[in-house]
Design a binder for this molecule. Structure first.
Ligand SMILES: Nc1ncnc2c1ncn2[C@@H]1O[C@H](COP(=O)(O)OP(=O)(O)O)[C@@H](O)[C@H]1O
Ligand SMILES: [Mg+2]
Length: 249
């Protein structure tokens, strides 16, 4: 049987009368890439905010590596090994790439000294292909480079699961291909990845499993091929996107 690294049980988050996430029960298998897909406003980012402790649950439980994590502060959750990237990349603009990653490593709290943080940050920058730009101010980096910096910052937290919220948005061609290669290599190194992604070609090329949200509810979950053939998913999400493309083209 597959081991779940992260388990959500009946997780809900309501904003006033809006059920942004409604009774979601989901197991994220260890060491695989799970895609979290669904229309705009489906509750995907809210779910990531819940998992990372940035907002509180209205109901339900969350378990990570067998320990209950709902109710913990965000820094406690991140130190347990859950890291995220943001939909909008937000480095410290007036710090260099290296300083940004070193700051993340220090924040993670598992590093003894500033020099150790710098060494560790360099190895993370190398991993994402940014080592040569380590002394460049974050504000001077291109969008693709800032996204890779965001990866390096997340990796500096030494996570065992990485939550990627539309990390590829705005990337094209070579930059997108490089991002896909990077994500795949991280998974090959044993990192579990939960990725929110709109581009179906990226979803198809990366994801082992898929979870589909629609109006806050989990309408499908399982192996990617199976979920993409699911009638409800085609109706709620894939079909709509297909029709839009037909109209646009
Ligand atoms: N802090 C908030 N306060 C009120 N409504 C929110 C808040 N965050 C998200 N929502 C609403 O919850 C729903 C789900 O949003 P979100 O999780 O961002 O969707 P997705 O990421 O799938 O596009 C949307 O209707 C959104 O407007
Ligand atoms: Mg979102």
């Amino acid at each position: 049987m597959m081991t779940a690294i992260l388990e959500l049980r009946g997780v809900s988050r309501h904003f006033g009368g809006l059920r942004a996430v409604n009774d979601v029960t989901l197991s994220v298998p260890q060491g695989r890439i799970m895609g979290l897909i669904g229309p705009n406003g489906a509750g995907k980012t809210t779910l990531v905010n819940l998992i990372t402790g940035m907002i509180k649950l209205s109901a339900g439980e969350m378990w990570f590596k067998g320990a209950r994590i709902d109710g913990l502060a965000p820094h406690r959750i991140s130190r347990l090994g859950i890291a995220r990237t943001f939909q909008i990349v937000q480095p410290f603009p007036e710090m260099t790439a290296l300083e940004n990653v070193a700051a993340a490593a220090m924040f993670a709290g598992n590093i003894a000294s500033q020099s150790e943080a710098r060494d560790f940050a360099e190895s993370q920058l190398e991993r994402v292909g940014l080592l040569e730009l380590r002394s460049t101010l974050a504000s001077r980096l291109s969008l693709g480079q800032r996204k890779r910096l965001e990866f390096a910052k997340s990796l500096a937290m030494k996570p065992s699961i990485l939550l990627l919220d539309e990390v590829n948005a705005g990337l094209h061609g070579g930059e997108l291909a490089e991002a896909i290669t990077l994500i795949r290599s991280l998974a090959q190194d044993g990192l579990t990845i939960l990725i929110i992604e709109h581009l179906m070609k990226v979803v198809v090329s990366l994801c082992d499993d898929l979870a589909v949200l629609h109006h806050g509810e989990l309408i499908a979950n399982g192996p990617a091929q199976q979920v993409m053939g699911d009638e409800h998913v085609i109706k709620a999400y894939l079909g709509e996107r297909y029709l839009k493309r037909q109209r646009a083209g």
